[in-house]
Design a protein around this ligand. Sequence first.
Ligand SMILES: Cc1cc2nc3c(=O)[nH]c(=O)nc-3n(C[C@H](O)[C@H](O)[C@H](O)COP(=O)(O)OP(=O)(O)OC[C@H]3O[C@@H](n4cnc5c(N)ncnc54)[C@H](O)[C@@H]3O)c2cc1C
Ligand code: FES
Length: 502
Amino acid sequence: MRVPLWLDTVSAPNYPTLTHPLDVDVCIVGAGITGVTLAYLLKDTDLKVVLIDSDHVLHGTTAYTTAKVTAQHDIVYDEIIHSYGEYQAKCYANAQTDALYFIEQTIQQLKIDCEFERKFAAIYTQDPTYVPVLEKEFKAYQTLGLKGNLVDELDLPFAIEKALILEDQAQFHPLKYTLGLLNSIAEASNIEVYENTPATDIKKQDSAYVIETASHVEIRAQKVIQTSHFPFYDDLALLFAKIEPSRSYLIACEGAQNLPEGMYLSYEQPTHSVRTYQDLLLIGGEDHRTGNQEDTVAKYEALKGFAHQNFHVDDVIYEWSTQDYETVDKLPFVGRMQENDNIFVATGFRKWGMTNSTAAALLLRDLILDKENPYEPLFSPQRKNLKAQIKNLIFYNAQVAFELLKGKLQHVEGVTSLNPGEATVISTDEGKYGVYKDENEELFVVDITCPHLGCELNFNRAECTWDCPCHASRFSYKGEIISGPAHYSLKSTKNKIDPNLF
Ligand SMILES: Cc1cc2nc3c(=O)[nH]c(=O)nc-3n(C[C@H](O)[C@H](O)[C@H](O)COP(=O)(O)OP(=O)(O)OC[C@H]3O[C@@H](n4cnc5c(N)ncnc54)[C@H](O)[C@@H]3O)c2cc1C
Ligand code: FES
């Protein structure tokens, strides 16, 4: 079943669509784990808060995650020490462990049954040339006081060269947890929640902001918080140029014997991430930059091959995919977008958004309430550290420029045959169009120039979507927007296509 296990095992409440103008202190745009946690943290203040989502609440990346709740974020601490020094690396580690502790405490306090379990996290390699990388990260753990351990064996059904273990981490059901937070918000009189209410723009008005929505209903707010995964409003901060999208795939398998005890991640590519949920084995990985590969079906096949070869399981009951963003220096952007402004953002969690989102919400709560927070400088979207950023900044934008140019120059043949379930691109004097034929042989023709900054979209065969290789906006085959930074759907332009092409 191509839905995430998490969405299939809960029923989320429905919220109304916003149909009347609002005047609030705080408008939170985006109801994933970050926005919901922030709303929860503001429920006992005297601020009037509105939380809006363009889709259903908690149907974004949070519903598609692996949900390891850990401070082990791949290999990162050695790099942060080198880029920002020991103090900031310690801040990053503390922000994650504080977040893990906050999640555990909140679960106990609200009695949320979300299968939170303490587990060890392990990053392993099967390649001897990568052992020094793990050793350096272990040294960083020791410097920062993280409870790490280097081992030669794991309870996985294959040999490894080395693994770095971080004890006492956790895993949970991400939607049961966040729905628990939402339920407690329902009792708060200062918070309103609306769904199917996409924010499309922010305008400054006197000392406040007006958030425009797709249905032209406006929200006036003193502070705006973009927890929309990718900021829908850039405010000249040019964050989209400093963030790279990466897509990954997950499968949940039934019938594995000897389920492993911990949570695992391979260091080498293609990455393989392993955890359990009840008696299911979850395997993830096969990452790639969003929009740059059409044969996404092969990614699921590769994960199934890994499950079969190593765990002897073939019974895949769920499969799903999603994307997350990585910043140029691997640290999230959380805080004020511009100095002295009251538009805030939280993005760039690098597939470690369970603790990072919670750390972000705790930091944003303090910024909204004008309280000091030790992690503010480290996560500030305005931070400058050319040493850490410049290489990736050039690389990301060279990729975007390449995709933009490639899309414009690519020569596309006319099409005479298309099987159901297939898509192709055709060129006309008017531009390039994506054509998809559904199972009923109906054709859907859309203008595949991305409404964000004009890159040409690529077809994603596994999800039947048009994906942007530049900043990862995604659209259904009918052209409806699935996720930004683009605000608008694709133009459907059947009339401009020569019917003789088909
Ligand atoms: C394959 C994969 C595996 C992962 N595994 C892990 C893991 O094991 N551990 C871990 O810590 N992290 C993991 N992550 C990362 C983590 O899942 C994400 O970082 C996190 O869920 C992001 O939460 P969010 O609240 O920022 O975004 P989302 O959950 O995407 O929420 C954003 C919300 O904003 C809404 N929205 C967007 N635009 C607008 C708009 N214009 N107006 C109104 N609403 C809008 C969306 O509809 C959405 O509901 C993984 C990520 C991926 C891709
Ligand atoms: S050009 Fe930026 S998302 Fe498509």
